[in-house]
Design a protein around this ligand. Structure first.
Ligand code: ZN
Ligand code: ZN
Length: 141
């Protein structure tokens, strides 16, 4: 089983992910943008049992603006770690948090809100896939 290590900006918090992510892609929503201070969020979605905090758990802080996302970060350095999505039963470990994982995006979500169009030939969903409660509507690049 493959394993990747990651952590926060200062190194106080360390995490491990095991196995393979359930999905990888880019989110273009305004919330990801405001939280990450970046034009898109490169996400990798994992089953919660495959994600472990191995060091510095006391420093993992969480901010929940909505019930959909528990955004987790290091309370010491402010470095972002991951976002728990309880309604989906999945955790988004930001691709940048686990640098040794080969990031292979397959989809763009919330593309209706994009500020950084990406012409990469991948499907572009207006919001979320239908199976995750979205419209499932695809948009042109
Ligand atoms: Zn830190
Ligand atoms: Zn988003």
């Amino acid at each position: 089983m493959t394993m990747h290590k990651g952590g926060c900006f200062c190194g106080t918090v360390a995490i491990e992910v095991r196995g393979l992510p359930e999905a990888m892609g880019y989110c273009h929503c305004g919330s990801c943008r405001a939280w990450s201070a970046a034009p898109v969020n490169a996400f990798t979605l994992w089953k919660p049992e495959n994600v472990k905090v191995t060091k510095g758990a006391d420093f993992v802080a969480q901010f929940m603006k909505t019930k959909m996302s528990g955004r987790q970060f290091c309370a010491k350095c402010g470095g972002h770690l991951m976002a728990d999505h309880p309604p989906l039963g999945l955790v988004d470990v930001y691709a940048a948090t686990i640098p040794t994982l080969a990031f292979r995006p397959a989809i763009h979500v919330n593309y209706a809100e994009t500020v950084l169009p990406m012409k990469d030939g991948l499907p572009k969903l207006k919001d979320f896939p239908a199976e995750l409660g979205g419209s499932g509507v695809a948009l042109p690049e």
